[in-house]
Design a protein around this ligand. Structure first.
Ligand SMILES: [Zn+2]
Length: 327
């Protein structure tokens, strides 16, 4: 399982058992397994047969409920779009709202209805006589009003209540929220272990995808198995063959996004390869003008943000390619 790649962080979490804080903040790059760790720790805390062990038993009623997503003392708060992407039923959808839902895109933000409901949940007596645990993921994906309503729960947590916040970008949290959580950094896992894990998931070319994902195994898995990965593959092949004309033949937004991402990462590799002699995304450390490549990487970052808007993909691709430094 992906949480096995984070054994040291797991040991750290277990080390907090004696004096468990009311709120933890698991933070690190996207795709390193933070959510899997948070869920595993919540399951561990709720497990009714863990005894002196350091892993959840996996077979008691509490463990089974937790894994089915139906433990009455656990809540997962996440944006509707995240829940859908992870193949889970969105908790925010309520009966009678079907019509509204069909017309609206799934929310990419946690809604205030989700955090408001938490106070009631936390103030009820625990169903199983243990803790009540709320996982918030990703904690930065909420507006200020929602964050403030979450803060109320964090300020006066009832006995036995615990929050586990998961964040890719802790700087995006309200300082008042950050200050109430004990931070737990979740690092990039060991590359060899990640490659072995990806291989076990059936990923072909695990080294390449892990490198392209900047060392984050879950991201690598996303690339290797998703449509984005296929588009990236085509772009990488065209770049490797030096076929710029093929790169300009972008047909849709998917390919355009892939092109912007590949060019951004390639530019970062060129810049840092020149400066430090090593690269982050698997590109070769080719000498070049680091300032020009950094500027180009920044431009591609802006382009990546723009590719989700309607535009002419072919023209846009041409523009991106034309701006590439020649040194
Ligand atoms: Zn158990």
């Amino acid at each position: 399982m992906v949480y096995d790649l984070q054994k040291e962080t797991w040991t750290q979490l277990i080390g907090k058992l004696d004096r468990l804080p009311h709120a933890l903040l698991l933070h690190g790059a996207p795709g390193v397994g933070k959510l899997a760790l948070a869920e595993r720790f919540a399951q561990f805390l709720l497990c009714e047969k863990r005894g002196q062990g350091s892993v959840p038993c996996g077979s008691c009623e509490a463990c089974r409920w937790f894994r089915a997503g139906s433990h009455p003392d656990a809540r997962l708060v996440e944006p509707e779009a995240t829940a859908l992407a992870l193949g889970r039923p969105a908790s925010v959808a309520e009966e009678g709202e079907e019509d509204k839902k069909e017309k609206k895109k799934p929310s990419v933000q946690i809604k205030i209805e989700q955090t408001r409901g938490l106070a009631d949940f936390l103030n009820l007596a625990s169903h199983r006589g243990g803790r009540r645990i709320v996982i918030v993921h990703p904690a930065e994906d909420m507006n200020t009003a929602t964050a403030n309503s979450l803060l109320k729960g964090l300020e006066e947590p009832p006995g036995g209540a615990m929050f586990i916040l998961v964040s890719h970008r802790p700087a995006g949290l309200l300082p008042t929220i950050r200050s109430r959580c004990v931070p737990v950094p979740v690092p990039l896992p060991d590359a060899k272990a990640s490659v072995a894990w990806l291989t076990a998931q059936g990923v072909k070319n695990p080294q390449r995808w892990l490198a392209f994902a900047g060392g984050a195994p879950l991201r690598a898995l996303d690339y290797a198995t998703g449509e984005r990965g296929e588009a990236i593959e085509r772009v990488l092949r065209a770049i490797a063959s030096g076929n710029r004309a093929a790169l300009g033949e972008i047909k849709n937004r998917e390919e355009l996004e892939a092109l912007a991402e590949v060019l951004q990462k390639m530019a970062l590799d060129r810049a840092f390869g020149s400066l430090a002699g090593r690269t982050k995304y698997g590109g070769a450390a080719v000498p070049g003008d680091p300032r020009a490549w950094l500027a180009y990487a920044r431009a591609m970052g802006r382009h990546r943000a723009l590719t989700s808007h309607p535009l002419n993909p072919k023209l846009f691709a041409g523009e991106m390619l034309a701006g590439m430094p020649t040194t």
